[in-house]
Ligand binder design. Structure first.
Ligand code: KG4
Ligand code: ZN
Length: 332
């Protein structure tokens, strides 16, 4: 079975071919960072225009690398949401056109289910039930994964997503976009006492998150200091990263402990963060809980994760489903 996956949920155009056993035959991602970088965030209209230019070449590229033709594709799995509606419709229109022309069944996939499914694409996947932390530029969600396709949302951000907070703080520090990696690299240069930026734990038993407080604290700190030296930038980046990582790790491990599960999976663009991986290993390890973190190319947005959902759910795909449309807010 060959599943062609397509993802155009945000600012990356991606197509992939995944086969039985969740084996990746190709996973092509065309990034738009150079377009949005100068604006310090994704500009939706520019994103959809670039998706339009890239979508067909990216699909062709994915088929070529996988060495399969459209005749050998059993199903097209495409992201329906959540995401930017103008971006989503480009991938969906391309998928519907190919499916209609070739009588290939089509499956609309939830992007977050794709992120969670990457934990099953590792060499040593977690056994169900497990806890999954999805942390990206658009989401900070904590799930209890009960069985394939059954994911209970146990906590989510009440304001900014973790990645969004990294991007906004990087902008305040003049570190460019996307901001996660530069913050991590700058923070690594600092060794000293951690700046005590606020950590929001919210209600006592809550698994929800809030990052607007730490972001505002960084903004006020920079304003008070006036100009900020390179050393001070590292100190702020370090303090901010410790505050965000600390809360993410505490809540994910507490949820795992609470439900007596054996593993915590980590995915989404922020899961690329080395400090988050290290802290999660350290804390979860103390409770005998295993941490599963897929390779970084699977953590950030990609179509292999969408095709993988197609492998697991291809029985639900429909032929000639021209009515399928984008769902920009789609709660999993
Ligand atoms: O999953 P993703 O590629 O796209 C979304 O669906 O948002 O995640 C992108 C986000 C950005 O906010 C980026 O700054 C963040 O992931 N990110 C990181 C790191 N690498 C990427 N955040 C913290 N540390 C990193 N090393
Ligand atoms: Zn994503």
């Amino acid at each position: 079975m060959n599943i062609l996956g397509i993802d155009t949920s945000c600012d990356d155009t991606s197509a992939a071919v995944v086969t039985d056993g969740l084996k990746i035959r190709s996973n092509i991602v065309s990034s738009q960072h150079e377009i949005h970088g100068k604006f310090g965030g994704v500009v939706p209209e520019l994103a959809s225009r670039r998706h339009l230019e890239s979508i067909i070449p990216v699909i062709d590229h994915a088929l070529r690398v996988a060495d399969v033709s459209l005749d050998e594709i059993d199903c097209i799995a495409v992201t329906r949401g959540p995401g930017l509606v103008g971006s989503l419709v480009v991938g969906i229109a391309a998928a519907k056109a190919i499916c209609e022309a070739r009588s290939i069944p089509i499956l609309g996939v939830n992007h977050i289910e794709g992120h969670i499914t990457t934990s099953l694409m590792t060499d040593d996947p977690p056994e169900f039930p497990f806890v999954c932390l999805v942390v990206s530029g658009g989401h900070t969600n904590l799930y209890l994964a009960q069985s394939p396709g059954t994911y209970r949302l146990m906590g989510q951000t009440r304001d900014d997503a973790a990645g969004e907070a990294f991007d906004k703080v990087a902008k305040l520090l003049g570190l460019g976009y996307p901001g996660g990696r530069p913050i991590e690299e700058t923070a690594r240069k600092f060794s000293g006492e951690t700046l005590p930026f606020p950590r929001a734990y919210l209600d006592k038993d809550s698994f929800d998150f809030s990052f607007s407080g730490v972001k505002t604290a960084v903004r006020n700190y920079i304003k008070k200091e006036g100009s900020i030296s390179e050393d001070e930038t590292s100190r702020v980046a370090h303090g901010f990263q410790e505050a965000v990582v600390g809360v993410l790790v505490d809540k994910a491990v507490r949820l795992a402990e609470h439900h007596g599960v054996g593993a915590v999976a980590l995915t989404g663009g922020v899961a690329a963060n080395g400090r988050l991986r290290e802290q999660m290993q350290d804390r979860a390890g103390r409770f005998g809980i295993r941490v599963v973190a897929p390779p970084i190319t699977l953590c950030t947005d990609n179509a292999a994760m969408i095709a993988a959902v197609g492998v697991l759910r291809h029985g639900e795909a429909k032929e000639h489903d021209l009515k399928m449309n984008a769902v920009s807010r789609w709660k999993l």
